[in-house]
Design a protein around this ligand. Structure first.
Ligand code: GLN
Length: 539
């Protein structure tokens, strides 16, 4: 382990959904901007061993890492803010922690000792944090605890913080991300819920070192003093964190509150100048954007009750933004319910993102057909590519009833199917092993949109799917003009499809999820090419 590794724990108070993950990522960026080698770890309190089996309307996007780990969307925030590639070692859940403790006990790993919830579970948590930091050669690790303090399920994680803080008081800081509601006719920001959250931490044997006060508006001096006084902190430990236009502004607003100085101070680090110019330039660009580029995302209605959960496609949204910012356009993104399409002509570009199951499929096929015929730039991601192949097979290759066997198991033309090597796994109900997950290489064909966009021959992209283009139909589709421009090295898996540029300005689908690798400072090449084509589509 790195000598003097610094630990920054981030916990939530009052309520969830106030941007704790982004705050944690922003703190990481701030430490990185002062020369530290930073990594991140997310701990989720649920019993699921990973996020693979969770419904995105309940949990938000399932983010996929290079090594195939299916995890929380916050891991995407860390990768985007820190510009790093994380692995399964940077992620844990209650389920995965218990699983490894129990497995170790079964294989006599505890040498006959009585294995107890305390201390063995918190010790396992600490051990995993250290291992992740060692792997990433980090000298500072941001550890975000899912949920909010006071929830029964994260008590053991607070205990891990307490144990570590007692042992290494100089190396551990605890940051509470809290929320201040606005009440009354004077629109007063109320501090009491934050005070209660701090008391809850106190009763777990913990005192926060910094409180990040999330609110719709900036915190005034009076309220900073009030929180400081009532929670045993100094005024400068209370960071005002009002709503911002772009999440990439957050490291800058935090730094205005001097959070970096405070962290360095508390962690006994020698003061260092910061260099945040990359994010500052980005924030300036974002603020200056005027000309829009409008993108419609056609998906099945991701609603819960009366709310749309945009979180289900958070990486797609971010990838569109990164590319639009780089091309100096203001991204205007709209959700199109595939069960009520409306007029698609109003978009500069259309995206069909990943998905599962047969609901809303006909609408998606109609949208693809429209984009293809009207020459509107189209980008299909995973399921979006599979459906573009289905549409092409039916309309252009005249394969009547062509389909994915996910939708119609008895289709006469299974253009998208499970490959025989996967079928065996499925028949054994071995679901975990049947998805193609994580980073896979692909070779790009010369003189294609894909090859031009990437500017190189071999790429690596992240996957999460069960079905593939059926090899038996490759030649038939190619004969009708479809191009497979990205193919696995063994030539068996079709990774990118496109139509010739002379026929359509941008009609591209990827079997992988390019959105997982887009970063604010280095947009994904295919998203960039797609947005560029979308900008041009109105000429
Ligand atoms: N449902 C499709 C499959 O399993 C696509 C999955 C996805 O879009 N991630 O292959």
């Amino acid at each position: 382990m790195t000598k003097n590794l610094k630990y920054i724990f981030v916990v939530g108070g009052v309520m969830s959904g106030v941007g704790k993950g982004v705050a944690a990522a922003a703190i990481g960026k701030i430490l990185q901007a002062r020369g530290l080698n930073v990594t991140a770890v997310k701990i989720d309190p649920y019993v699921n061993v990973d996020a693979g089996t969770m419904n995105p309307t309940e949990h938000g996007e399932v983010f996929v890492l290079d090594d195939g780990m299916e995890c929380d969307q916050d891991m995407g925030n860390y990768e985007r803010f820190l510009g790093v590639n994380l692995t399964g070692r940077n992620y844990m859940t209650t389920g995965s922690i218990y699983l490894s403790v129990i497995n170790r006990e079964r294989s006599l790993g505890y040498g006959g000792k009585c294995v107890e919830v305390v201390p063995h579970i918190p010790l396992e948590v600490i051990d995993r944090i250290n291992k992740a930091a060692t792997k990433d050669k980090a000298n500072a690790v941001i550890v975000e605890i899912g949920g909010t303090v006071g929830e029964y399920q994260n008590i053991l994680f607070l205990e891990a913080i307490r144990m570590l803080k007692t042992k290494k008081p100089q190396d551990v800081v605890l940051v509470l991300v809290s929320y201040l509601p606005i009440r009354g006719k004077d629109n007063e920001l109320k501090t009491k819920p934050t005070q209660y959250a701090v008391r809850t931490l106190n009763s777990a044997g913990l005192q926060p070192d910094i409180v990040i006060a999330r609110a719709e508006v900036p915190l005034d001096k009076k309220r900073k003093q009030k929180i400081a006084y009532n929670c045993g902190l100094e005024e400068k430990d209370i960071i005002s964190a009002p709503d911002v236009t772009s999440i990439y502004d957050i490291p800058i607003t935090f730094e205005k509150e001097k959070i970096g100085d405070q962290l360095f101070n508390k962690l006994n680090l020698r003061p260092k100048k910061k260099d945040l110019h990359d994010f500052k330039n980005l924030a300036r660009t974002v603020r200056s954007l005027k000309k829009p580029v409008s993108i419609g995302i056609v998906g099945k209605y991701f609603g819960t009750g009366d709310f749309i959960l945009a979180d289900s496609y958070i990486s797609v949204l971010e990838a569109i933004k990164h590319a639009a910012y780089a091309l100096k356009r203001k991204p205007v993104i709209e959700w199109v319910d595939s069960e009520e399409l409306g007029n698609l002509d109003r978009y500069d570009g259309i995206i069909i993102p990943g998905g599962f199951g047969s609901r809303g499929i006909e609408g998606k096929l109609t949208a693809i057909n429209f984009a293809r015929r009207k020459k509107i730039p189209f980008f299909g991601l995973c399921y979006g590519m599979q459906l573009a192949i289905v549409e092409f097979s039916r309309s252009v290759a005249r394969l009547k009833g062509a389909d994915s066997t996910e939708i119609d198991a008895k289709t006469p033309h299974p253009v998208i199917d499970i490959l025989p090597e996967q079928k065996k796994n499925l028949s054994e109900s071995n679901y975990g092993a049947t998805m193609r997950l994580g980073a896979w290489p692909a070779v790009l064909e010369d003189k294609t949109i894909a090859r031009t966009a990437y500017g190189k021959e071999v790429i690596s992209e992240r996957h999460r799917h069960r079905y593939e283009v059926n090899p038996e139909y490759i030649q038939i589709l190619e004969a009708k003009g479809l191009i497979f421009s990205g193919i696995s090295p063994n030539r068996r898996l079709m990774e990118i499809m496109e139509l010739p540029k002379k026929e359509h300005p941008f009609f591209v689908g990827t079997q992988f999820h390019p959105e997982f690798k887009s970063r604010p400072l280095t947009p994904h090449p295919l998203f960039k090419a797609f947005i560029k084509a979308s900008i041009g589509s109105r000429k």
